[in-house]
Design a protein around this ligand. Structure first.
Ligand code: C2E
Ligand code: MG
Ligand code: MG
Length: 658
C-alpha cells in the first residue's frame, strides 16, 4: 500500500514537473503576448486620440467657422452689421477656418481628399473682398452683390457636403480602430483568464500532491516504527524509547509465548497470527493499566517498558496480571488455545546502564524463565549471564567436535520379546570432551538451537550406516539401526539428499535403517513431514515415533504419518506397576499400535517386573538397561556375538555400562 502510494507520488511528481515547466512557458508567452497587445492598443489609441478625434473636432470647428463666415457676409449684405463689425467678424471667421482646416488635415490618411474643399474654401475667401468692394461703392449693384452671396452659398453647400463625406470616413476609421482595440483587449484578457485557470489548476494539483506525499510519508514513518501485524510500536521504537529515557528510572520486561513453535505447528501460521494479535491486545490492556508501554519485537516476543523500578507497588501487580493472562484461554475460530508467557526482567540502572545491556540482560532472564519450564518471570542476576557465557563456550567447542573427532556413537541393543532375539541397535551419540563424556541430553538441545545439529546429524547418520553395513555383512537375520533425527535436522531442505547420499556411499540397505523422529516434528510442519515420511518409506527406510506419549500431537496424526514403530517413552516405564495410570497408558499404546499395524517398543526397561508386564500386554520389543546400556561399537560387536551364541548368556551385569 505504502509502496503504491509512493510510486503514485513519483508518477505525479513527474506530472508536476511537467506542469510547472508548462506554467513557466505559459508565463513567458503571456508576458510577450500581453506586451504585444498593449503596444498595438497603445498605437491604435494614440492614432485615435491624436489624429482621428482631433481631425473630427477640427472638421466640425471648421464647419461652424465656415457658417459664421457665411453668416457674416449675409448679415453685411443685409446691412444688419456695420462694415467695421463685418471686418472683425469676417477676419475672425477667416482666421478660425485657417486654423481648424489645418487641424482637420492631421487625421486624414489621404490629404488629397480635401483638395476640392481647399479650392471651394479659397473661392469662398475670395468672395468677402468682392462683396465689400461692391457694398462700399456709392452706387451699389445689388444684383451683383446678391450673386456673390449665391456663389458663396453654392460653395458653402459643396464644402459641407464634402465635409460630411470626410466626417463619415473619419468616423468609420475611428470605429474600426476602436473595434480592433476592443478585440485586442478581449484576446489579451482571454489569455489572462486562461493563465489564471491554469495556475489555479496547478495550485490545486500541487495541494493534492503535497497532501498525498504527506500521507505517504506519515504511512512510511508509521511502518518504520510499528509492527504491521499488531500495529504496536516495534523493536526500533523500543530501542529509541530506551535511549530517550536516559537516566530516568525504568524497567524492561521481555516476554515470549511458551512453546510457540509447537502452537504454530498445531494451528498453522494464519491462526498463529490471529493468536499473536489477540494475546498482544490482552497484554497491552493489562500493561496499560499499570503504566506499561508494549512493543512487539518479533514473532511471539514482546517488550513492556515501565517508567519506574520494581520497588513501585504497581510493578509486581502488573507482572502477576501479565502472568495470569496465561490462565485465560484464547479462542481462535472456535478453537480453544492456552498460551502461557515467560517474562524476563531487567532494571535501570542496577542491571545495566546502556539500553543494549538492559536488553541483553532482560533476554538472559527471559531465557532462564523459559528454561525453567515457562509460565514464570525471572529477574536478571549476574549468575544468569555466567550461565549463558558457559553455553556460548560449549557451543563454540561443539562447533569443532566433528573435525576434532570428539564424537562417538554408542549402540543400545533392542530385543524382540516374543522371539527373545536381538533385532537391532539404537545409535546414541556421545561427546568425549577432554576425557569426559558429555551427555547428549546436554549438548543435543544446544546443537539444535545453534543449527550445529545439521553437520553433526549428518556425521551420525554416516557413521551409523557404515556400522550397520559392517555388522550385517554375511549375517542371515539382518539387524536394524535406529538413528535419532532431531526436528531441525529433519526440516532442513537437504535432509533427503543427505539420507540418500550416505545410504548410497555406505552400501547399507535402506531397510536396515530406522529413523526416530519425535511428535514435535510432526506438529511443526505436518504437510511436509507427511510427504517426507512417505518418501522415506518409499526408499525403504523404517520410521519410529520416539518418546511417544510425551508430545502434544493428537492421535489422529498417526493416520496420516506412515510410522512403522511406536517407542513408548521411558517416563511411562519407570514407575510401571500393575493397575497404575502408566500401565493403562502403556496398554492403550500397545493396543493402538497393533490395531494400526504398527510395532511397539518400550524404552527404559530396567527390571524383570517391567519386562514381564510388557510381555504379558503383548509389547513387541524392548530396549533398556535390563538387557544392556548403550555400548561403544566394539563392545556392541561382542554383545552381538554373545547373542548369536548357543545360549543367551547376557544380562545387565555382563557388560560395562556407558
Ligand atoms: P532417546 O532417543 O529417547 O534415547 C533414549 C535415551 O534413554 C538414551 O539417553 C539412553 O541412554 C537412555 N536409556 C536407555 N535405556 C535406559 C534405561 O533403561 N534407563 C534409563 N534411565 N535411561 C535409558 P541418551 O543416550 O542420554 O540420549 C538422550 C536423548 O538425546 C535421546 O533420547 C535423543 O533424544 C537424544 N540423542 C541421543 N543420541 C542422539 C543422536 O545421535 N542424534 C539425535 N538427534 N539425538 C540424539
Ligand atoms: Mg531415540
Ligand atoms: Mg526416547
Amino acid at each position: 500500500m505504502g509502496l503504491n502510494l509512493s510510486s503514485k507520488c513519483r508518477e505525479y511528481g513527474w506530472g508536476m514537473y511537467g506542469l510547472l515547466v508548462t506554467l513557466i512557458l505559459a508565463s513567458i508567452y503571456l508576458s510577450v503576448a500581453v506586451n504585444q497587445t498593449s503596444n498595438t492598443v497603445r498605437e491604435k489609441v494614440t492614432t485615435l486620440l491624436e489624429e482621428k478625434i482631433p481631425s473630427l473636432t477640427g472638421l466640425s470647428d471648421y464647419e461652424s467657422a465656415l457658417l459664421r463666415y457665411q453668416l457674416a457676409l449675409n448679415k453685411y449684405f443685409a446691412r444688419s452689421i456695420s462694415r467695421d463689425r463685418f471686418m472683425v467678424v469676417e477676419g475672425e471667421a477667416r482666421q478660425e477656418m485657417a486654423i481648424t482646416f489645418n487641424y482637420m488635415l492631421k487625421g486624414l490618411d489621404k490629404p488629397d481628399d480635401v483638395n476640392n474643399i481647399r479650392d471651394s474654401y479659397a473661392a469662398d475667401l475670395a468672395l468677402a473682398p468682392l462683396l465689400d468692394a461692391e457694398l462700399t461703392k456709392s452706387n451699389v449693384d445689388w444684383n451683383k452683390a446678391r450673386n456673390i452671396l449665391v456663389d458663396l452659398n453654392t460653395n458653402t453647400i459643396a464644402i459641407r457636403a464634402q465635409l460630411d463625406q470626410l466626417q463619415a470616413q473619419l468616423e468609420t476609421a475611428s470605429s474600426v480602430s476602436t473595434t480592433e482595440v476592443v478585440q485586442d483587449v478581449k484576446a489579451s484578457s482571454f489569455l489572462v483568464h486562461l493563465y489564471t485557470a491554469g495556475s489555479l489548476f496547478i495550485a490545486f494539483f500541487m495541494i493534492y500532491q503535497f497532501k498525498a506525499r504527506l500521507t505517504s510519508e506519515r504511512k512510511l514513518a508509521f511502518q518504520a516504527w510499528h509492527d504491521p501485524l499488531t500495529k504496536l510500536p516495534n523493536r526500533l521504537s523500543f530501542e529509541h524509547r530506551l535511549t530517550v529515557l536516559g537516566e530516568d528510572p525504568h524497567t524492561v520486561v521481555l516476554g515470549a509465548a511458551d512453546r510457540f513453535a509447537h502452537i504454530v505447528g498445531g494451528i498453522g501460521h494464519q491462526r498463529a497470527d490471529q493468536l499473536i494479535v489477540e494475546v498482544t491486545k490482552r497484554i497491552q490492556e493489562v500493561a496499560k493499566l499499570h503504566g506499561g508501554e508494549v512493543f512487539r519485537l518479533d514473532g511471539a516476543n514482546i517488550a513492556v517498558l515501565y517508567k519506574f523500578t520494581n520497588s513501585h507497588t504497581d510493578f509486581y501487580t502488573s507482572l502477576e496480571a501479565l502472568k495470569r493472562l496465561g490462565t485465560l484461554p484464547v479462542y481462535i475460530e472456535e478453537q480453544e488455545i492456552h498460551v502461557t508467557v515467560s517474562l524476563g526482567v531487567s532494571e535501570y540502572p542496577i542491571h545495566g546502564l546502556a539500553p543494549s545491556d538492559l536488553l541483553k540482560n532482560a533476554d538472559a532472564a527471559l531465557t532462564a524463565a523459559k528454561e525453567s519450564g515457562g509460565d514464570s518471570y525471572v529477574f536478571y542476576s549476574h549468575s544468569l549471564n555466567d550461565r549463558s557465557q558457559e553455553k556460548l563456550a560449549l557451543q563454540a567447542a561443539l562447533g569443532h567436535a566433528v573435525e576434532h573427532a570428539e564424537l562417538e556413537l554408542y549402540y543400545q541393543p533392542q530385543f524382540d520379546i516374543t522371539r527373545s532375539r536381538l533385532v537391532g541397535f539404537e545409535a546414541l551419540v556421545r561427546w568425549i570432551r577432554s576425557d569426559l563424556i558429555v551427555s547428549p541430553a546436554d549438548f543435543i538441545p544446544l546443537a539444535e538451537s545453534s543449527g550445529l545439529i545439521v553437520p553433526i546429524g549428518s556425521w551420525i547418520f554416516r557413521e551409523a550406516c557404515n556400522q550397520i553395513k559392517i555388522w550385517n555383512e554375511g549375517r542371515e537375520e539382518k539387524l536394524l539401526m535406529a538413528i535419532n533425527i532431531s526436528p531441525r535436522q529433519f526440516n532442513h531442505p537437504d535432509f533427503m539428499l543427505m539420507v540418500r547420499e550416505h545410504l548410497a556411499k555406505s552400501g547399507a540397505d535402506p531397510s536396515w535403517i530406522e529413523l526416530e523422529i519425535t511428535e514435535g516434528v510432526m506438529i511443526q510442519r505436518p504437510e511436509r513431514t507427511a510427504l517426507l515420511m512417505k518418501h522415506l518409506r518409499q526408499i525403504g527406510t523404517k520410521l519410529a515415533i520416539d518418546d511417544f506419549g510425551t508430545g502434544y500431537s493428537s492421535l489422529s496424526y498417526l493416520k496420516h504419518f506412515p510410522a512403522s514403530k511406536l517407542k513408548i517413552d521411558q517416563s511411562f516405564i519407570r514407575q510401571l506397576k500393575l493397575g497404575s495410570s502408566d500401565a493403562a497408558i502403556v496398554q492403550a499404546v500397545i493396543t493402538l499400535g497393533h490395531s494400526l499395524g504398527i510395532e511397539v517398543i518400550a524404552e527404559g526397561v530396567e527390571t524383570e517386573e517391567q519386562l514381564s508386564l510388557l510381555r504379558n500386554w503383548g509389547c513387541d520389543q524392548i530396549q533398556g538397561y535390563y538387557y544392556s546400556r548403550p555400548l561403544p561399537a566394539d563392545k556392541a560387536g561382542d554383545f552381538m556375538d554373545i547373542c548369536a551364541g548357543p545360549t543367551m548368556a547376557w544380562n545387565n551385569s555382563t557388560l560395562a555400562p556407558s
